[in-house]
Design a protein around this ligand. Structure first.
Ligand SMILES: Nc1ncnc2c1ncn2[C@@H]1O[C@H](COP(=O)(O)OP(=O)(O)OP(=O)(O)O)[C@@H](O)[C@H]1O
Ligand SMILES: [Mg+2]
Length: 231
């Protein structure tokens, strides 16, 4: 179980009565959920239940047909409302190829922080630090298309970490990682990330890094396990 670095009760993300369909096929059906600052939670659910869709909705990449999205205390409805959300909340895509679009590892990791207005010098330090932490310094000048699946996963994670988001939404972060690398990611989550939602089918991994697990089923979210309540 993960320790909470800080206890707070500010809702960072609040979803109310969210309805979402892809071409008339309902996926989310009046979903209610919130993530408080300092919470570390997991989300499980069958394939196709809508977990990835839910993350896209939080980031404003998909619009729900009905419902209310409040992030960082503000109602988020239009495209411009999500600019701040994407700067402060880091999404790790389920598919690494959706995350990586620059020619090299270094450029990809630098892209986000440069966009946030950080100086080249600052960004270079951040890129080095992130790669060092994830054990991928040797990949820094490599072209993305020559990376293995697991290497891509780590670089994708590095691009999100380098943004230093206040909250992480990680879609299957441990997918394709070897045991040693998984341990590094667990260390990072336990010690250097304070608020996150992790979508995963890897229950062993989840148990290490979250305090609560939610379950997405039939278009709604239920609390599945609360480790902080167990003695
Ligand atoms: N762009 C799309 N157009 C139509 N249907 C889609 C689209 N994207 C996803 N779907 C469908 O919506 C449902 C939910 O997809 P989603 O990717 O959110 O599931 P998931 O819970 O993340 O699944 P998994 O555990 O396999 O990653 C699936 O049945 C999927 O086929
Ligand atoms: Mg998914």
């Amino acid at each position: 179980m993960a320790k909470n670095l800080k206890k707070s009760f500010l809702p960072l993300i609040k979803l109310e009565e969210i309805f979402f369909s892809y071409n008339e096929r309902p996926i989310l059906k009046g979903l209610n959920w919130e993530l408080l600052e300092g919470e570390k939670v997991g989300l499980i659910g069958p394939n196709g239940s809508g977990k990835t869709t839910l993350l896209y909705i939080i980031m404003g990449l998909l619009k729900p047909q009905k419902g209310k999205i409040e992030i960082l205390g503000k109602l988020r409805e239009r495209e411009k409302d999500f600019i701040e959300v994407r700067q402060k909340i880091g999404l790790l895509f389920q598919d690494s190829d959706s995350q990586l679009f620059c020619p090299t590892v270094k450029e990809d990791i630098a892209f986000g922080p440069l966009n946030l207005g950080k100086s080249r010098k600052e960004v270079l330090v951040l890129v080095e630090k992130t790669c060092e932490f994830l054990g991928i310094k040797h990949l820094i000048d490599r072209p993305i298309y020559k990376l293995s699946g697991g290497e891509k996963r780590l670089v994708a994670l590095a691009t999100v970490m380098a943004m230093e988001p206040i909250c992480y939404l990680l879609d299957e972060p441990s997918n394709g990682l070897d045991e040693e690398t998984k341990k590094r990611v667990i260390e990072f989550l336990k010690n250097q990330a304070s608020t996150y939602l992790i979508v995963s089918h890897d229950k062993e991994f989840l148990k290490e890094v979250v305090n609560k697990i939610y379950f997405l089923k039939d278009g709604q979210i239920f609390l599945y396990q609360d480790f902080s309540q167990q003695g």
